[in-house]
Design a protein around this ligand. Structure first.
Ligand SMILES: [Zn+2]
Length: 345
């Protein structure tokens, strides 16, 4: 059995439903947090402080000043440093708990890398900001049996649902037809209050802890909904949905995992930026690219990415995995044109 510092976790261990056995299971547990923004920050801090032994963070983006009101893992120095979110987060989390193993993955979760990034998880926690990623996680979870915790926050409203594949309703049971991008309000259009993300992240964290310690009779088949501004808290029973199931959890249909539903560009929530997935550019040689782009403007580079201002106000970031983020525009066509012009992809 995994050991833990009993003094450090004494208050948590004293919580009877957890106890020493639960704490040992947390220490042996592996959580994967997809998205290291507002929700992912709170979940990562909570789980690492709680003594979860292994935490993998997956995120595709960099911290920006406009993230700081709600993304509690980052500070102004991180924004200045231009490090990827997961790398900056890893440094903070290792300082919080040196006993935890923190893995920082700079990548966009896609159908192709799901198996590599998610397979060894005991629980997957949603820190994403879009339905494409959530349905991909849901497909993966239903196919492999790895439980996951869905969370969403917008304005003052939050929702959380834990999916135990084969036992509870899944995301597609709840949302049969995922909304097209731009249809639902996002934190860009409706805004978000930092505390909303903190509440949702906190609820997700407890759900993940329950899954990790095996208290699975206490999770699932419920949708937690809150409106912090109106002071409403509800838990909606989903057992009727789970009895019927859906094409994914009952029928074995995995459209996102099989790559039948995917976009090449994505407007990034909370940012004036578009991500372009560069096809056929796996493993970009960043130093060679830095030399080539030096003619365009001043290039800053680190192990994970390079950045260059290609036009006044338009900042191009290229990641080692071949993705590019064009900041300073929300027009996907313009972003694609910039990537084609400077990267030829
Ligand atoms: Zn389902």
């Amino acid at each position: 059995m995994q050991t833990f510092d009993s003094d450090r976790y004494s208050r948590q261990v004293r919580f009877a439903p957890l106890g020493p056995a639960g704490q040992a299971r947390l220490a042996a547990g592996r959580a994967v947090i997809v998205g290291c923004g507002a929700l992912g920050s709170v979940v990562a801090v909570s789980l690492v402080r709680a003594g979860v032994g292994h935490v993998r963070l997956i995120d595709r983006d960099l911290p920006e000043l406009s993230n700081l009101p709600r993304q509690v893992l980052f500070d102004e120095a991180d924004v200045k440093a231009g490090l990827p979110k997961t790398v900056a987060a890893q440094r903070h989390l290792e300082a919080i708990n040196s006993g935890a193993t923190i893995e920082a993955i700079v990548a966009d979760l896609r159908a192709l890398n799901c198996a590599d990034l998610l397979s060894d998880a005991d629980v997957i926690v949603d820190g994403t900001d879009n339905f494409e990623a959530r349905f991909l996680i849901n497909d993966f979870s239903c196919r492999t049996g790895v439980p996951w915790v869905y969370g969403g926050a917008i304005g003052g409203e939050g929702r959380v649902m834990t999916v135990l594949p084969g036992r509870t309703a899944c995301l597609r049971c709840l949302v049969p037809d995922p909304p097209a991008p731009g249809v639902l309000p996002t934190c860009d259009t409706a805004g978000i209050l930092g505390p909303t993300a903190m509440v949702v992240g906190a609820v997700e964290s407890v759900e993940a802890m329950k899954v990790l310690v095996g208290a699975t009779d206490l999770v699932g088949n419920r949708l937690f909904v809150c409106d912090l501004w109106d002071g409403q808290w509800r838990s909606i029973d989903l057992s009727v949905l789970s009895q019927e199931g859906c094409a994914t959890c009952r029928g074995g249909d995995y459209p996102w995992l099989e790559g039948r539903v995917a976009g090449r560009t994505a407007v990034l929530c909370g940012r004036d930026a578009v991500q372009v997935a560069a096809s056929g550019m796996d493993g970009v040689d960043l130093s060679a690219l830095a030399i080539r782009l030096a003619a365009v403007g001043s290039v800053t580079a680190n192990r994970w990415l390079l950045r260059v201002e290609v036009e006044p106000g338009i900042l191009l970031s290229v990641f080692a995995d071949g993705r590019a983020i064009v900041a300073g525009t929300r027009e996907e066509a313009k972003a694609r044109a910039i990537v084609a012009r400077y990267l030829g992809a």
